[in-house]
Design a protein around this ligand. Structure first.
Ligand code: ZN
Length: 314
């Protein structure tokens, strides 16, 4: 009886409530815990997989960068081919006028450009001669800056002919579009397009006043400060900008009057003015200096880094 009473008392005790909801609740907690545990394992597994993928990606990137670097090093250590040396001597006036140490430096720069940039023919075959002409176009305007290698250029595309603003080449036999070179923007940023026949014409071994390759690479140097405006601010100190713009205005007046031998294409805008006079400056420096002594001083300051030459301008 005492036990009966004890049992009843304990059954009614608020501390003894093994009721159905309690059992249900306990099951739910276990179930929730199970789901939580499973999700936690899944999340951890996913995180591990993601981390592995990132690690593999990083290792692959590092390996590919190191392989690329190795490949570039190998190409740079190769002997400059005799045939290339002869081609430069025969076709590139700027190179032919350099002394022997200058020629070796030019060759190294050409090798570096070719080892690090893609040069691709679009619907046209290209050979070493074309590649050397492209690299020469890049090296000539930056020859005074041996470490410079156009960090913003990835590729040079060679078109079979001149083209229009929709990149169409000739539409029928004998017809030529009017663009012979272009620096790409928007989706074409990092790319230069050059017309093959115009490039070949520019490097025929004769001193011209024009050279499409030099023209486009000068636009790129102009663009280095963010604006293609005829003022290469990285190469021309701020205090010389005013005198430079004044010089442009003076020469434009002469071209308009017909008393200058600079191509009227320079009248398009200041960016084209810089590119056009630079072609003349590099292609035929003696004649340019004789005919345009003031402009020669500015371009020497810009491309040879000789700022003292402008001390009388400010
Ligand atoms: Zn231009």
């Amino acid at each position: 009886m005492k036990e009966m009473l004890g049992f009843l008392t304990s059954s009614l005790s608020p501390f003894y409530i093994p009721t159905l909801p309690t059992i249900f609740c306990s099951t739910s907690v276990i179930y929730d815990s199970f789901i939580y545990f499973s999700l936690s394992i899944m999340a951890n597994t996913m995180a591990i997989i993601l981390l592995c993928a990132i690690a593999i990606g990083i290792v692959a990137f590092l390996l590919s960068s190191s392989n690329k670097k190795k490949l570039v090093e190998e190409k740079l250590n190769q002997k400059f081919p005799e045939a290339w040396h002869e081609m430069l001597q025969k076709k590139v006036v700027f190179y032919a006028q350099l002394d022997e140490p200058g020629k070796r430096l030019f060759e190294k720069r050409v090798q570096r450009f070719l080892a690090t940039k893609s040069i691709e023919g679009i619907d046209t075959d290209i050979d070493d001669t074309i590649r050397l002409m492209v690299a020469s176009s890049a090296v000539i305007p930056t020859f005074a800056f041996p470490d410079y290698n156009y960090p913003n250029v990835r590729a040079v595309l060679i078109y079979p002919n001149s083209f229009d603003d929709k990149f169409q080449t000739q539409r029928f036999d004998g017809h030529r579009e009017n663009i012979s070179g272009m620096v790409g923007n928007r989706f074409m940023t990092g790319t230069i397009i050059l017309s093959k026949p115009d490039l070949v014409m520019a490097f025929d071994g004769l001193p011209h006043k024009s050279n499409v390759g030099i023209h486009e690479f000068v636009h790129l140097l102009d663009k280095e400060d963010g604006a293609v405006d005829g003022i290469p601010e990285l190469l021309l100190k701020h205090r010389y900008v005013g005198p430079w713009l004044h010089e442009i205005k003076n020469e434009i007046a002469k071209i308009e009057k017909g008393t200058s031998d600079i191509s009227p294409y320079a009248l398009t805008n200041n960016a084209e003015f810089l590119a056009v006079v630079s072609e003349y400056f590099f292609e035929n420096p003696e004649k340019f200096k004789r005919r345009h002594p003031e402009l020669y001083q500015f371009l020497s300051a810009i491309f040879k880094g000789d700022k003292s030459i402008l001390s009388n301008k400010v």
